[in-house]
Design a protein. Structure first.
Length: 312
């Protein structure tokens, strides 16, 4: 029984460390790798947990020895999970910080192709969830999924009286048919890819979001814009929510934290404007942490209160 259910089609273990300087052809000494459960939906679930939400479940596909490690990491987070065992090793990503430049290098693996039996089990697990109000599908996807996977997810959500929230890469949005979602959260680059343009500026951003809505892809579009916050677009609303100025250490997990904040407030029956404002606070809070860390409640509350103080 969970009001928020997240799906991660292509989870991973994020392994992060740091070196004094990133140099070619040399043995680089680094600290022991820190392992964290990763992948879009899993990160959303982790952020929700850190924001104080306990009414959630995470569905994901994992396998092999690395899958066992992933399961253990999520158990330590205290997140209720439903694991679809693929029998194939879960992918690993590596993030290295160069201390000399403070730049972060991310090495992302694609994940092995998925079998039909396993993605069908994933959707069946959603059907078995009771009291689901929000279904969040987030993160990358490996080969093997049908073009209709999101339409099937939307149909299940509708059948259960739940709202579908989607946050997937721009190229994935172009590859897979997406219809009848409640909320879509692309970043500015992903929205550009989806609209078929190299870049979007000014009113073009809202126009591109409006086009998504007119095609019944999603009722609501929230465009994450980094330091500029987020743009909320619905049939009747176009409003930008500026992010408070902070010292940014890493952008990893900012989008997932934003989705978590929006979903948490929507599930608490807040209106969409309040939900996006809280989501921007969560996304901004995540940038204040190093590596693959997500937002924490203390930072979020400070930023959200600051945003409310200076709201229009």
């Amino acid at each position: 029984m969970s009001s928020i259910v997240t799906i991660t089609f292509n989870p991973c273990i994020d392994k992060s460390s740091a070196v004094e300087a990133l140099l070619p052809d040399k043995k680089l000494r680094c600290a022991a790798f820190k392992n964290e459960a990763g992948g879009g939906g899993i990160n959303v679930a982790k952020a929700l947990k850190r924001l104080g939400s306990n009414d959630l479940s995470a569905i994901y596909l994992a396998g092999g020895y690395t899958g066992i490690i992933l399961n253990s990491l999520l158990q330590k987070e205290g997140i209720r999970s439903k694991v679809i065992d693929t029998g194939v090793d879960t992918r690993e990503n590596i993030m290295i910080t160069d201390k000399a430049t403070n730049l972060q290098y991310r090495f992302i693996t694609p994940g092995d192709p998925i079998r039909e039996f396993h993605w069908q089990q994933c959707l069946m697990a959603v059907e078995d969830m009771t009291d689901c109000k929000y279904l969040v599908v987030s993160g990358s996807m490996q080969a093997g999924y049908p073009a209709s996977i999101f339409e099937q997810a939307a149909a299940i959500a509708k059948q259960k009286g739940a709202k579908l929230i989607i946050d997937i890469p721009g190229e994935t949005l172009k590859t897979y048919a997406v219809r009848d979602a409640y909320l879509l959260k692309p970043n500015l680059n992903e929205l550009s890819v989806l609209s078929g343009k190299e870049e979007l500026h000014g009113s073009q951003i809202a126009d591109a979001a409006k086009e998504i809505i007119s095609k019944n892809i999603s009722e609501v579009v929230v465009v994450s814009m980094g330091a500029a916050g987020a743009l909320l677009v619905t049939k009747d609303i176009i409003e930008q929510f500026m992010a408070p100025p902070v010292k940014r250490k890493s952008t990893v997990g900012a989008g997932d934290s934003m989705v978590a904040g929006i979903t948490m407030y929507l599930s608490a029956n807040k209106n969409i404007k309040e939900a996006v404002r809280f989501g921007v606070a969560c996304g901004t809070a995540a940038t204040m942490n190093e590596g693959t860390q997500l937002c924490n409640l203390t930072d979020v509350e400070k930023l959200y209160n600051l945003m409310n103080k200076y709201r229009n």
